[in-house]
Write a protein that binds this ligand. Structure first.
Ligand code: ADP
Length: 311
């Protein structure tokens, strides 16, 4: 979908974005880059689940912009920090953040615009190897220096020395308590409590290191640039068990056999991953229950049933 030239007549879907927002975005880009920027064209980009996404063009420059309500500014600040953290690993291409801010009731994040292509024959393999390199960037502790969001749900990342405690308290318990407040009380909670009380069982012979994670690595958050280089974006960064990232790639599928073969060759996974995979994807399914409701709470409960059967 494209829009008429000129910032005066922007309307995006049903959301009218006031001219003052675009003027503030222009000013913010101008101040950050030190070069005057004026928007000549905007194009709406689909595919996102949370925000309005656009490409903005002006005098030979092009940026990617995500917009939301002003209250979401901190979500964008955390995303910018996450992209910087991922970029610092020099493992996988990510869009470099330019600026974020808010005006006239809206907030935004501006990043480098990356033109996506179909990928080359070896692009999936490359992503597998590069993800293993990303995961080799590690921290002394699990967590991160700041909280962020998973989708639009808060994600708490308080540093912890113990992965099992971290995963129990900041991932499973947080989502289960939210689910109870969202009307999914009852057997989901009772079984969830039992699972959390027995979490150590899944780690009896496995002690993960704290790897830098993308944190929300489903197929919709990875692409290939026009030269076939993998790109990852829209992260929910923290330092945790690398199996959590790999599990999410399997949740909605799409990464392909070459990707897994290359990852395993670069850094083989522990045999217990096949069981822990459900434990890690349970977090995302609980989050989906909290964001979208419907059958996700039922799916979460049957995942818990299968995990309890392992105890
Ligand atoms: P949301 O936060 O709403 O989920 P995304 O970050 O996933 O939004 O972005 C929405 C879509 O925009 C993606 O599916 C992708 O196709 C495209 N996209 C994301 N980042 C960039 C970028 N830096 N350059 C070009 N297109 C991008």
């Amino acid at each position: 979908m494209s829009f008429a030239d000129g910032v005066g007549d922007i309307s995006i879907s049903d959301n009218i974005l006031p001219l003052s927002v675009w003027k503030a975005v222009e000013q913010s880009i101008t101040e950050t880059t030190g070069h005057a920027f004026s928007i000549k064209n905007q194009h709406r980009i689909g595919g996102g689940s949370i925000n309005i996404a656009c490409r903005i063009d002006g005098a030979g420059r092009r940026y990617f912009v995500k917009l939301n309500q002003a209250e979401q500014l901190d979500m964008f600040a955390a995303e910018a920090d996450g992209l910087c953290e991922l970029a610092s690993a020099k493992a996988i291409r990510v869009p470099i953040p330019v600026c974020y801010g808010k005006a006239a009731g809206k907030s935004w994040l501006v990043t480098e615009y990356i033109g996506f292509g179909r990928g080359e024959e070896d692009s999936a393999q490359l992503l597998g190897r590069q993800l293993a390199t990303l995961h080799r960037q590690s921290s002394e502790q699990f967590g991160w220096f700041r909280d962020n969001t998973i989708g639009s749900t808060p994600q708490h990342n308080a540093w912890s020395n113990d992965w099992v405690d971290f995963y129990r308290d900041h991932r499973l318990r947080f989502q289960l308590e939210l689910a109870a407040r969202n009307g999914f009380a009852g057997s989901l909670q009772i079984k969830g409590e039992r699972l959390m009380a027995n979490l150590d069982v899944f780690f009896s012979s496995y002690a993960p290191i704290a790897s830098l994670l993308h944190g929300d690595l489903w197929g919709g958050n990875r692409a290939f640039d026009e030269s076939g280089q993998p790109v990852i974006f829209d992260p929910a960064v923290y330092y945790g068990d690398r199996e959590a990232d790999i599990a999410m790639t399997e949740l909605f599928s799409g990464f392909g056999a070459d990707f897994y073969a290359a990852y395993q060759e670069a850094w083989p996974l522990d045999a217990g991953y096949s069981v822990r995979k459900s434990l890690y994807n349970l977090y995302h399914i609980l989050n989906h229950a909290n964001l979208f409701g419907g059958g996700y709470a039922v799916q979460a409960e049957s995942m818990i049933d299968r995990l309890l059967a392992e105890i």
